[in-house]
Design a protein. Structure first.
Lengths: 227, 251
């Protein structure tokens, strides 16, 4: 099969995924609301003082982002698995990892990108000092594609299980740790007045690595799941 | 070139091979662990700084070493299972993971027990402790996924993929945790400079490490044998092995 037809299949598939997701907006919006609500809960729990909130803001926003990625993960393959289109995807005359990458990209467009846009509001609510807002958004912009890719691996592994929710978090959260560490460190360096360049570049490197390898794992996992 | 390996794709052949190894592995494990621990716990000189409480090192270090070694072994088994579709390798994942998880737990537990008198706290967010804790989570994830499916074969393959994803991530996690630690924890007590060991301590430690290696191997061998037997129970040889007549109607 030549590249042109793979590209065409991929485009059709991505357009379809986007259309399906946009017709069921609650699936897209609910994880975002979840982040917003978690962010709202923290000031109530630890007190509204800016010194505490500002210090924990990055951590709270990022942890909320990780958890919301788990929440939205079902959307990736579940319906396709149930109605059999996942099997058709496996049979398509296009490399499965490429299709998996397409799914990841669409998932990111609908879960990661909105999160980046939502980040300033969260930062405002948690009184993160203004000079760190840009770095926070940058880490989210670089980090969320990785989040989508890892989530896709987990979702593909557990798609044939009835409810994989708790299991999925057990599988994925340990793997999110480097992301959390580097993102928090990047914002931290901005806050103490040094450059966050190193951490952001490291994050970008990790993102590229993940986007390269994860589609292969997703494809293998889909093959196992649909048998 | 690989021809001599082929028979071991069959459960029975592997079962017998492991059975032949088992007495040697467990015998060596018994001898070396006993010698290493008795020497280490009773006869090695006390540390000039830590007194007698350093002696937990004779359990802690070997357990920590092979908690990571077992993960590597599991990942290799996973690769073999995925690439060559050898079922014995799939069962090896199930055999290795609990052993590795227990070793990880032992390393964490002894670390905590050691930490209390030395650092004054059961738990310190030290880089090594943290990455060991994450390793425990990874093991538990593999095990949970392995047993989550109704179809054992699917579970084994899913667990194999997860092990491989994990093994790519382990160095990244390890590195990032060290880095995080140096950023946030620089000035805490975690730094205790390890004086290079005198031979009276080093030799029992090395013996103990070798003993744990054989112990780990023996445990995995026994578990793999059980797993093979369990999976091949419908075959006559497995029945024979258990001393049950195949037509006895005993499941």
């Amino acid at each position: 099969m030549n590249n042109a037809s793979t590209w065409r299949i991929l485009k059709t598939l991505m357009r379809r995924d986007l259309a399906v997701a946009l017709r069921r907006r609650s699936d897209v919006i609910n994880p975002l609301l979840f982040v917003l609500i978690v962010v709202t809960l923290f000031p109530l729990a630890v007190g509204p003082g800016p010194d505490i909130l500002g210090r924990i803001a990055t951590g709270v926003i990022w942890v909320a982002a990780l958890l919301s990625a788990l929440l939205g993960s079902e959307r990736l393959f579940r319906d396709d698995f149930l109605d059999g289109s996942l099997e058709q995807m496996v049979l398509l005359p296009a490399p499965l990892p490429a299709l998996a990458l397409g799914k990841i990209v669409v998932h990111w467009l609908l879960s990661g990108l909105p999160l980046v846009i939502l980040a300033p509001l969260c930062a405002l609510l948690l009184k993160l000092p203004f000079e760190a807002w840009g770095t926070l958004m940058l880490t989210l912009l670089v980090g969320t594609p990785m989040l989508s890719a890892m989530t896709a691996v987990g979702a593909a592994l557990t798609v044939s299980l009835g409810r994989g929710g708790a299991l999925l978090s057990l599988l994925l959260l340990p793997l999110f740790i480097p992301l959390l560490i580097f993102a928090a460190a990047a914002v931290e360096s901005t806050l103490v007045g040094t450059s966050a360049y190193g951490q952001v570049v490291l994050l970008a490197g990790l993102m590229l690595l993940t986007l390269t390898l994860a589609p292969l794992a997703v494809a293998a996992a889909i093959r196992v799941s649909v048998n | 070139m690989w021809k001599w390996l082929h028979p071991y794709a069959k459960g029975e052949a592997t079962f017998r091979l492991l059975g032949a190894w088992l007495p040697w592995l467990s015998g060596l494990a018994l001898i070396l662990v006993s010698v290493g621990l008795v020497w280490g716990l009773f006869y090695a000189p006390p540390d000039y700084q830590q007194g007698d409480s350093y002696r937990i090192i004779f359990i802690h270090v070997p357990a920590a070493m092979f908690s990571m070694g077992a993960y590597t072994g599991m990942a290799i088994a996973a690769l073999i299972a995925l690439v060559w579709q050898i079922r014995t390798a799939e069962w090896a994942i199930a055999a290795i993971a609990p052993v590795g998880a227990v070793l990880t737990f032992v390393a964490l537990f002894t670390g905590a027990v050691w930490g209390k008198p030395m650092w004054g706290t059961w738990w310190e967010w030290d880089a090594r402790l943290t990455s060991e804790l994450i390793l425990l989570f990874l093991y538990i994830g593999v095990l949970a996924l392995y047993y989550a499916f109704n179809d054992a074969r699917t579970g084994a393959k899913a667990a194999a993929i997860l092990s491989l994803v994990g093994v790519v991530n382990v160095p990244i996690i390890h590195f990032s945790v060290y880095w995080w630690n140096s950023l946030h924890q620089g000035a805490t007590i975690t730094k205790f400079s390890k004086p290079s060991m005198p031979p009276e301590m080093l030799i029992p430690l090395l013996i103990s490490i070798a003993g744990f290696l054989f112990l780990t191997a023996a445990l995995i061998t026994q578990r793999l044998r059980n797993e093979i037997l369990k999976q091949e129970l419908h075959r006559p040889w497995a029945m024979q092995q258990l001393g049950v007549e195949a037509n006895n109607g005993v499941q």
